[in-house]
Design a protein around this ligand. Sequence first.
Ligand code: PGA
Length: 251
Amino acid sequence: MAERNPLVIANWKLNGGIDLLCTSVAAFIGKHFETDIAICPPYIYMRDMLNFLQHSEIIVGSQNISKYASGAYTGETSAKMVKQAGGGLCLIGHSERRQMFGESNASCQIKVNQALEVNLMPILCIGENLQQRDAGVTKDVLFKQLEETLGEIECSGEQLCVAYEPVWAIGTGKAASPDDAQNIHAYIRCQLASIKGEDFAEKVRILYGGSVNKDNAADLLKNKDIDGLLVGGASLDAEHFMQICKVADAN
Ligand code: PGA
């Protein structure tokens, strides 16, 4: 069995300013965690966070990257820029980007490639919305997202993570139940084995996201196919996020 070290990522979305964000992570400085912990602030704060966190083990990541490497693309930030700034990972295809900014599986595929080319770890976010869930097509939606994004990508399972984030669970306070999440994670791993091979599927970390908090983190992480968490709202509260990381460490 492959060892998959847990990974807990804070997704700060469009929240700030820098004082609030630094207060949120001050408690992590000088602390050791077995779990890999990452924070994705708005791009503009990445450098500040990296400076602020230089004596910590926390990885700083971005919430998105451009699908372009360079050129006349106003407002964009490339994977290479994130990497050069000191970033370690990037979220790709978060549902808010799919819903509000026209992100597609095709653009996600390009972005995953851009990230891999510069050694930035892509965290590919997938998930069904409420309508799709109610129509009973969750697995079809997830398979299509995985297939169309990763089918042609060349990488090993350690170079990338998948985050399962049911859209109906994001920011709603209604997380998937640990059993339902485990079932879906097992399905995702099984489909990844068919798309990318057994070795890839064994090694890839599959994170759960959607209304994760300190009270449900342990029950989610107990499951064998849940390798970490992507945390939105609860990561903005320093004490709360620390509790989630401690739960992951104790797991
Ligand atoms: P939430 O967000 O924890 O606030 O539900 C998760 C996410 O959007 O990544």
